[in-house]
Design a binder for this molecule. Structure first.
Ligand SMILES: [Fe+2]
Ligand SMILES: [Fe+2]
Length: 219
């Protein structure tokens, strides 16, 4: 019997995202083979996303259009953090020290170095936008693999379908977050300038992703 294709609200994992380079197709198997490690990294990404939303408010309190969207975002990321921590604990695991986050580090380093920046406010918004976009793509990859019952996974995952549905929901939410950051940048700066900056950062981001080793981590 042919298995039905999973019901996914996107056609291609890069749909609607500013990314120009898809994740290496081998990444999904690496991530699902080391699911415990992936979940710990993922939980800490959610924690960092909440912290960085609050840090933006602290750095730019005079931007009234920023404050409430970032409060809402921090709230949502904290909720994700709790959900992932619940999953880790249900599997008998615990949080651990994260591996150094080279991806975000490099994105900040190289993103700020490029010519024609938008200034600290615009560039920080767009760097956050790319982190959200890449998370969205990777959640989509995980959801697609987990929800495709016909696809053999590299490891036995008892709660496979529930986990797939969870990642499908998270993918939608990170997709909205990328738009929130992009829209905030467009509110503060000329749209054409923001678009050019997004195109340039997309190239920088693609380079960084190409250099990353295949590890069970979100980035
Ligand atoms: Fe999140
Ligand atoms: Fe997010």
């Amino acid at each position: 019997m042919e298995s039905a294709a999973p019901d996914l609200p996107w056609t291609d994992p890069l749909d609607g995202l500013p990314l120009v380079r898809p994740t290496d197709p081998r990444w999904t198997a690496v991530a699902l083979t080391h699911l415990d490690e992936l979940l710990v990294d993922h939980a800490l990404c959610e924690q960092k996303a909440a912290s960085s939303a609050l840090a933006l408010i602290g750095r730019f309190p005079d931007r009234p259009e920023l404050v409430r969207p970032m409060m809402a975002l921090a709230h949502e990321e904290l909720h994700h953090f709790r959900q992932v921590l619940d999953l880790i604990e249900a599997r008998g695991g615990a949080l651990a020290r994260p591996r150094p986050d080279r991806y975000v580090h490099e994105l900040r380093q190289r993103g700020f170095r490029t010519a024609e920046g938008l200034g600290a406010y615009g560039d920080l918004l767009l760097i956050n936008a790319f982190v959200e976009a890449r998370s969205c793509e990777r959640f989509r990859l995980l959801a697609a693999a987990l929800l495709d019952a016909g696809r053999a996974l590299p490891a036995e995952i008892p709660d496979r379908e529930a986990l797939g549905r969870f990642y499908r929901v998270l993918a939608q939410s990170e997709g909205r977050h990328w738009e929130t950051f992009r829209d905030l940048a467009t509110m503060a700066l000329p749209a054409a300038k923001v678009e050019r900056r997004i195109a340039l950062l997309a190239e920088v981001e693609a380079e960084i992703v190409a250099e990353r080793p295949l590890v069970p981590a979100m980035h």
